[in-house]
Design a binder for this molecule. Structure first.
Ligand SMILES: Cc1cc2nc3c(=O)[nH]c(=O)nc-3n(C[C@H](O)[C@H](O)[C@H](O)COP(=O)(O)OP(=O)(O)OC[C@H]3O[C@@H](n4cnc5c(N)ncnc54)[C@H](O)[C@@H]3O)c2cc1C
Ligand code: FES
Length: 383
């Protein structure tokens, strides 16, 4: 199923902490199938705010059996979208909501008994909450441990729900809070979640050699630390899952400058064929220039995107002919890159710099042709 926007009515807006609300949407019966989600996936919301057409991704926080579609949105400083949602959005408002996408998930099976280690910081708890709830609901033999970092006690999102889950799933669910802005007499529970802290948790509470799946969501340094630690402990890439909400520079693509646009007009061009929703569109795009996504938009195509920062995967497509190079990639797995998938918001048509592992064949740049197929966000090619 390709990602698609539909107008959904906001069912309720609930305050979860001082600077975070959760928003539930009404899904009409005829769209129920389209909005079925996997734990850990996200929605892209679209709204015109201050005259600007904005899209942002927000992870679903409900469990797959909760029978609700809910995201949680933490207000960031000077944040256009998160500020508007936290201060102005009310129940009854109708909003453009894309069908669920994302890879931050694993297959659930009621017959399996696994140990899940989930690590989150701040609003990173949102997909972690969905994963924890879904695992506990679906796999009666599995155990879930959350290590959750925050600055202050009152800023902990879903604090009460997490406590309730401890009672509901006694013996199968644990949550450890680590606060960086409040002292705690137990050193392990205060400060930032770093390498030493994770090692401390592994010595005292977690048997890492018996851990089957690790999910981490938070700032980039936390993700790097956890991924490196788990690799040291010999967990495989398939067992380690991460989701990044923002890069240190926020990664949003810089607008193209007029001088760059001029040099793009004069420089060599590449012929591109983009297939989306069964429709084929052909256009020329500058090499070494703008992203495939930008070029496709300039040619009038309405193709899916959200973060434009290489984080969300909404713009994923498959290169079936030619080469494209990604500037950054926080979302695709190494295996997907090897298979020829790219994030079109990060990929340009520079055949010379081949950083991302595609097969390299010798092509005359004057005849360079790139064919891109937009495909199912969870991996099934339809075209
Ligand atoms: C796959 C994915 C899932 C996400 N899920 C969630 C979620 O469940 N809950 C949630 O609250 N957010 C989530 N985000 C982040 C969200 O999409 C927005 O980036 C965030 O709400 C900021 O948007 P804004 O318009 O308010 O800020 P903008 O107006 O875009 O930016 C304002 C300022 O905030 C900085 N900034 C942008 N994003 C962040 C951030 N995440 N943290 C700190 N500073 C930031 C920018 O550098 C800028 O200085 C997710 C992002 C991705 C890619
Ligand atoms: S739009 Fe998010 S990765 Fe390209």
């Amino acid at each position: 199923m390709r990602p698609k926007f539909h107008s959904l009515k906001v069912k309720d807006v609930r305050r979860e902490s001082r600077d975070c609300v959760s928003v539930a949407f009404e899904v009409p019966a005829e769209l129920t199938e389209q909005y079925k989600f996997k734990q850990g996936q996200y929605l892209t919301l679209r709204e015109t705010i201050g005259g600007e057409d904005l899209r942002r991704s927000y992870s679903i926080c409900s469990g797959i059996h909760d029978n609700e579609l809910r995201v949680a949105i933490k207000e960031v400083k000077n944040g256009k979208f998160s500020g508007w949602v936290n201060r102005e959005l009310k129940a009854g408002h109708v909003m453009q909501v894309m069908t669920p996408t994302g890879h931050f998930t694993s297959e659930l099976n009621p017959a399996q008994s696994k140990n899940y280690l989930l690590i989150a910081a701040g609003s990173g708890i949102t997909p972690i909450m969905s994963i924890a709830r879904s695992v506990l609901q679906t796999e009666p033999g599995s155990e879930v441990t959350i290590i959750f970092g925050n600055r202050l006690f009152h800023s902990i999102i879903f604090r009460d729900q997490l406590e309730d889950m401890k009672d509901q799933y006694l013996g199968r669910f644990r949550v450890f809070h680590v606060l960086s802005g409040e002292p705690n007499e137990v050193e392990l529970f205060s400060g930032r979640i770093d390498h030493y802290k994770i090692e401390g948790f592994c010595k005292s509470f977690i048997q890492i050699d018996k851990t089957d799946e690790v999910f981490v969501c938070g700032p980039e340094p936390l993700i790097r630390t956890v991924v490196d630690f788990m690799k040291e402990k010999k967990l495989s890439d398939q067992q380690i899952h991460f989701e990044l909400f923002a890069t240190p520079g926020d990664g949003q693509a810089a607008p193209t400058s007029p001088s760059k646009e001029k040099s793009e007009e004069q420089g060599s061009k590449c012929s591109v064929t983009v297939v989306y929703d069964g429709q084929e569109t052909n256009f020329f795009m500058p090499m070494n220039g703008s992203s495939i996504l930008d070029a496709a938009q300039k040619s009038g195509m309405d193709i899916p995107f959200s973060c434009k920062g290489g984080m969300c995967c909404t713009c994923r497509a498959h290169v079936s002919e030619g080469h494209a190079n990604m500037k950054v990639n926080y979302a695709l797995e190494p295996g997907e890159v090897e298979m020829g998938y790219v994030l079109t918001c990060q990929a340009d048509a520079n055949y010379r710099k081949n950083h991302c592992g595609f097969r390299q064949t010798l092509i005359d740049p004057r005849s360079l042709k790139l064919s891109i197929i937009f495909c199912d966000p969870v991996g099934v090619m339809k075209d």
